[in-house]
Structure formats: C-alpha cells, structure tokens
Design a protein. Structure first.
Length: 301
C-alpha cells in the first residue's frame, strides 16, 4: 500500500467535499485566485469537483499592484486555459476612490488596504461565500479558523462567533449582509501542497523554483529589488540564486536561497526546514505577534 497516495487522496476528498458544500449551500460563491501555489491547488480541486461542467463560481483576484509579474502572467494563462471567468479588482483604484492613505517606508505593503477592495467586491457582486487557500499551519491566527469562517456585515472575524464543525458538518446559514470564508485546504500543510502538486504534475509560476535574482539583504532576509521598494544608500544589493515559498506582494515577501529546480528538491528542502513559510518569508507578519489576527478582525481574508 502506498501510504502517501492514500493520505493525499484523503485530503483531496475532504477538499472536494467542502467545495461542493460551498456550491450547494451558497447562492453567490467565488474562489480567490492569485496565481500562487495554494490557489492553483484550489483550482485543480475545483476541476475535480465540478468538471466536465463549468465552475459554479468565478475566480477573483484582489490585485495590490505590487505583485510578481510571473504570478500575474501565470494567473492569466491558467484562466485562459480553463475558460473560466476571472474578476480582477485593483487596490490602487480603491485608494483613489476612497482617498486612502498609502503606507510609507522602505517596504510599504498594501496588504492591509486589500481589505477595502475585498469588501467592495463582495458588495459589488453580492458574494455570500469566498473560497480561499488559507491553511492552519501558516500562522497562529490561521490555526483558530474553522473551515467555514463566518464574517459579520462588515467582513469582520470574531473567534467567539465561529461554529463547531463536528463530524465534518458545515453550517453555512448566515444573516443578510454576512458572508463566509471557506477554506478547503485548511487541514493541509505546506508539504502536503507540494506533494499534491508533484502527484498531479501541476504547472507553477517560475518563481517557485531556484533562479538568479537581484536582492536587498535586510535583517537576514532577501527582498527582490523592485520599483515598489524604497532603496537607500546603505542597501546591500546581492545577486543570489533564490526561490519563493509563498507569493505575495514584492514589498513584503522574502526569497530563500535555494538550488531547488525541481519539485523533488523543494520537497526535500521543506522537510529539512523548521521555519514556517510565512515565518521565513513574510515581512508584514513580523510587525507584531497579532499582525494577522488584527487584519482578520478588520475584514482581511
């Protein structure tokens, strides 16, 4: 018996069941899709859940304007291949419309401002459920999530209002104005995702594999140079062979030194590390111990 395949089959089956529950319980669901590995995995699971029919929801991307071009190109290429609907809304437009104040500083991230655009797109399309690729192993606040995460009319998350999910029974009943964020791969780990990608022979953006890139060394991390980062005279610019464990804004996502050019190599690197992907690569999560939880309470995904 191949234990690894059986284990992945279990995770896949659970995720497909959750997706079908979302499609069955909600009138206007959507799937958040950024072109990153977790959302690409969700798309593969949606194919298994609903093909040969069309997806019962559109794909939605909240574009901060600070994305890696490789991820955007892959996003567009995959959507074209799938022949599914993609809704893109831009944080830059929200900043102008709402006269928001942009963060300043060396690595000024728009991640916190994504919330405004996300809530606007929910209101625009009257979405009552959003499927996302968050996993419980990513970060401490994520570990508190239910599979169906209920949000109030302001998109806010309150851990005390979350419902028990005994025996894999998911309660999607909500009041007018409320919505649910659903996490089909919540029980997966980073290693599970990569093992599934390997098994399914899925294509990924090139930045997940080792490549040479110009980086700024900052507090032990390697941040890719870009027009979005405020370079200073004392910056140490290095050319390094790196890859990305997670794909976020260029302003707050660090690379890791790597020689991994194949998925087997990446799997071995993940097995060897004792640092979570967000812990090693996300600058904005280091602002405070409760950075992610604070954003979730304000309506962040």
């Amino acid at each position: 018996m191949n234990y690894q395949l059986d284990y992945l089959d279990q995770l896949e089956s659970e995720a497909i069941y959750i997706m079908r529950e979302v499609a069955g319980q909600f009138e206007r669901p959507a799937l958040l899709f950024s072109g990153g590995k977790d959302s690409i995995t969700l798309v593969r699971l949606a194919e298994k859940a609903f093909r040969p029919g069309k997806f019962p929801f559109p794909l939605v991307h909240i574009d901060t304007g600070h994305n890696f071009q490789e991820a955007l190109d892959f996003r567009d290429s995959l959507v074209k291949k799938l022949d599914e609907k993609l809704v893109v809304r831009h944080v830059a437009d929200t900043i102008k419309e709402k006269k928001l104040t942009e963060p300043v500083g060396k690595f000024a991230s728009r991640n916190a401002l994504q919330t405004y655009t996300l809530l606007d797109v929910i209101e625009e399309f009257k979405f009552d459920a959003l499927i996302g690729g968050a996993r419980r192993d990513e970060e401490k606040a994520r570990a508190k999530e239910r599979i169906f995460s209920v949000r109030d009319e302001f998109g806010q998350w309150d851990p005390k209002r979350q419902r028990p999910e005994l025996w894999n029974i998911y309660n999607g009943k909500i009041q007018k104005g409320e919505n649910v964020r659903a996490f089909p791969i919540s029980n997966w780990t980073e290693l599970d995702v990569w093992n599934y990608i390997r098994r399914e022979k899925m294509e990924l953006p090139s930045i997940y594999f080792a490549h040479e890139r110009e980086c700024i060394e900052y507090q032990g991390q390697l941040i890719a140079t870009s027009p979005f980062i405020k370079r200073e005279a004392g910056d140490k610019i290095l050319k390094k062979k790196v890859r990305y464990r997670t794909v976020g804004d260029m302003t707050c996502t660090a690379a890791v030194e790597s020689e991994a050019t194949a998925i087997d190599d990446i799997v071995n690197e993940i097995i060897a590390t004792n640092i979570s992907e967000r812990g090693e690569t996300r600058i904005d999560d280091k602002v405070s111990e409760a950075a992610m939880e604070d954003r979730k309470k304000n309506g962040y995904f």
